[in-house]
Design a protein around this ligand. Structure first.
Ligand code: 13P
Length: 244
């Protein structure tokens, strides 16, 4: 079984009810299409996506199933309103909320128990890359953020170099290939179905570079921020992945 091809959109803290009409111009055949809106829009987006193959996910969840955690949302609640996936460990969560690899792993376990597929994000900062630490950082984050219960069915890995997010800068093809080969090797060594886990690249993916990025070995799709907000930008990325 080859890894599932996935075009995933991360709306971050963008969008409103009116923006859900963007789904009207998106089709999902030939690859999975996942959109992760802010949590307040998940239910409405699930309803909007009904009858299409578009999947809807959250951007974070708590590591507890319920309780006194004001402002937080549980994986079970996301599942209840129709989400199928949840992004975990995005660098913006790690930076803004101090999330550690152990936090991400704990959340992933809870999300899997709730029946969600996790999209676990890892990536080096610019200074880590400049000082030659990228592969070590990635291996450490991968080992610490992905729990033992991960399988190719419940886990997707997204490599998102922090310095490429929202900057218009992307790594070279060789740099992406090097990290994705490491991910494939490490996952294959640790998990029986590690060879089948989907590996996404994220960071300034747009229509103009998607085809090139999807041709890189062990890149099974993308986690797209800014270019996922408008169907005109996201549809060509989905088409590029379908054609890859
Ligand atoms: P951009 O595509 O806007 O660079 O964001 C990438 C990202 O962080 C997706 O999670």
């Amino acid at each position: 079984m080859a890894p599932q091809k996935i075009a995933a959109g991360n709306w971050k803290m963008n969008g409103d009810l009116a923006a859900l009409t963007q789904l009207d111009a998106l089709t999902a055949d030939g690859c999975q299409v996942l959109i992760c809106p802010p949590s307040v829009l998940i239910h409405a987006m699930v309803q909007k996506a009904e009858g299409s193959a578009i999947l809807v996910g959250g951007q974070d969840c708590h590591d507890k199933t319920s309780g006194a955690h004001t402002g937080d949302i549980s994986a079970e609640q996301m599942r209840d309103v129709g989400a199928s996936h949840v992004i975990l460990g995005h660098s913006e969560r790690r930076a803004d909320h101090g999330e550690t690899d152990a936090d991400v792993s704990a959340k992933a376990i809870t999300a899997h128990q709730a029946g969600l597929v996790t999209v676990i994000c890892i990536g080096e900062t610019e200074s880590q890359r400049d000082s030659g630490e990228t592969l070590q950082v990635i291996a450490t984050q991968l080992a610490g953020s992905v729990p033992d219960c991960a399988t190719a069915d419940n886990t997707v890995i997204a490599y998102e170099p922090v310095w490429a997010i929202g900057t218009g800068r992307t790594p070279t093809e060789d740099q992406i290939a090097e990290v994705h080969a490491l991910l494939r090797d490490e996952l294959g060594a640790r998990f029986t179905d590690g060879a089948n886990m989907s590996l996404l690249y994220g960071g300034s993916v747009k229509a103009a570079n998607a085809t090139q990025i999807f041709a890189i070995p062990h890149v099974d799709g993308a986690l797209v921020g800014g270019a996922s907000l408008k169907a005109d930008d996201f549809a060509p990325i989905i088409a590029a992945l379908t054609a890859a």
